[in-house]
Design a protein around this ligand. Structure first.
Ligand code: GLU
Length: 481
């Protein structure tokens, strides 16, 4: 097959984009980019009963947030559109008529009651509940007459009488599926809408898709798809079925174990780079110890042959770790901008750029999310009004007030008011007073922040600035006598 590479991500708008979908989109994207191909986004919206309002918008905005841009599809245009299946219905109807003519599909007039009774019967006898092919016995003329008269019916695929359907999967290798387990799949429903199987194959062909990269849950459908390609006389794409996502207990990942919607992670404050890097590793690895990969690096390194067969464990702790890594690596300006938005929400607007930059510099190694900065260190933004009780008990000694009073003038003159000079001032004052540095450091920290922990004292004092530090020390001296 020497066609130019074209792959697609084909979500159904039956819910918001979940992390498994993000992984499928990412692998498709990487594969297309690495092979000079095109990445198509197609919305498979033929199941009207399961349509969720807002889902299409969520899929588009989540992909955009993650930086996974499609070359063709909604919002991007392209020559193979429309890219919503609901706008392609004629194509499916024509295709199904061709299959009826060639004897690979047949109309079925059985209603729900009959099908239900049939299944119950088969179940009782311990048999598989496949369709019993009652309508396959109808003559073509009779079937056509009943259709022409407008009788409700579906169109079914006729599974051939051959022992196996074989798939050569890029991830799983050769897979054989016994035909006898395949049902005569409904291709066109009585409302004239295609089922997923028909629409998917017709569109993958029409859009000249060369590689179908999708979740393993679709592997059982692949034989039906291959049969359809054969019956239509079309060249089938190559398939790659990606391993299932598992919870830490190795059961299929579900809402119970972790949030599954990408937009939930986004709202939580995860960085897109971190989530993308994390999902890249759900079923793939570069074969060495490296773990931090930008999207561009993933494109360079990703090989579909390196995707694992076995289920990929979704470990939330690891995702937190990735976020921390990116917190430290991403450009500080972006963090500052985002911090500004979070602070404004809390009513702390209009803060000086260099002040925020100092905060980010000190805090980014200590937090996983930007929102943690004001949560963990609100004292950067407001003077403490209370002092952590346990710390006061442990750190505020009889002589603390006198020591702080003693250092006030020296801090007033400390030039420049930067970490090294502040440290020198503290050292000098401790020596003069004949105490250890710690006797000054702890009460100073308590006075400036109200708490016992946080970034380095000299650094945080430098960021707070002289005026704020002196004001806070004065205040503590009033309250903590
Ligand atoms: N519409 C299917 C889904 O929602 C697409 C499966 C496929 O990629 O073939 O996952």
């Amino acid at each position: 097959m020497n066609r130019p590479v074209r792959v697609r991500f084909a979500p159904s708008p039956t819910g918001f984009l979940h992390v498994g979908g993000l992984r499928t989109a990412l692998y498709n994207y990487c594969f297309a980019r690495a092979n000079g191909g095109r990445f198509v986004l197609r919305i498979e919206d033929t199941d009207r009963t399961r349509f969720v309002p807002g889902a299409v918008e969520d899929i588009l905005s989540s992909l955009q947030w993650a930086g996974i841009a499609h070359d063709e599809g909604p919002g991007a245009g392209g020559e193979y559109g429309p890219y919503f299946q609901s706008e392609r219905l004629d194509l499916y109807r024509e295709a199904v008529e061709a299959l009826i003519r060639s004897g690979h599909a047949y109309p079925c007039f059985c209603n729900e009651d009959r099908l239900h009774a049939m299944r119950e019967q088969l179940k009782k006898r311990g048999l598989s509940t496949k369709y019993d092919r009652a309508c396959l016995g109808l003559s073509r003329d009779e079937a056509e007459t009943r259709r022409a008269a407008g009788e409700a019916h579906v169109i079914r695929l006729r599974i051939p009488d051959e022992p196996f359907v074989r798939i050569d999967d890029l991830v799983r290798g050769e897979v054989e599926i016994a035909s006898e387990i395949l049902d005569d799949q409904v291709l066109l429903k009585s409302d004239g809408f295609p089922t997923y199987h028909l629409a998917n194959v017709v569109d993958d062909h029409a859009m000249e898709i060369t590689h179908v990269i999708r979740g393993e849950e679709w592997l059982p459908s692949a034989p039906k798809h291959l049969l359809l390609y054969r019956f239509f006389g079309w060249e089938a794409p190559r398939f790659a079925h990606l391993p299932l996502l598992l919870g830490t207990d190795r059961s299929k990942l579900s809402k119970r174990q972790a949030e599954v919607a990408v937009s939930d992670y986004r709202r939580h404050g995860f960085f897109p780079e971190a989530l993308v890097n994390f999902v890249a590793f759900l079923g793939w690895n570069p074969g060495d110890e490296r773990e931090i990969f930008s999207l561009a690096e993933l494109v360079r390194e990703f090989r579909i042959e390196r995707v694992n067969k076995s289920g990929a464990i979704f470990n939330l702790e690891k995702l937190h770790w990735f976020n921390q890594q990116y917190m430290q690596r991403r450009p500080a300006e972006r963090t500052i901008q985002e911090l500004r938005v979070i602070l404004a929400d809390r009513g702390w607007g209009g803060i000086d750029e260099s002040y925020l930059s100092g905060i980010v510099e000190l805090m980014r190694e200590r937090v996983t999310f930007i929102a943690e900065i004001p949560e963990r260190a609100p004292w950067f933004f407001v003077d403490p009004t209370e002092y952590e009780e346990a710390t006061v008990k442990k750190r505020w000694k009889k002589e603390s007030a006198a020591l702080l009073r003693g250092i006030l003038p020296a801090l007033g003159e400390c030039e420049p008011f930067e970490a090294a000079a502040i440290e020198a001032t503290v050292t000098r004052c401790a020596e003069t007073a004949g105490v250890g540095k710690a006797d000054l450091i702890h009460p100073l920290r308590l006075a400036c922040t109200g708490v016992g922990g946080g970034p380095g004292l000299y650094e945080l004092m430098a960021v707070l600035g002289r005026e704020t530090c002196l004001r806070r020390i004065d205040r503590a001296l009033e309250i903590l006598v």
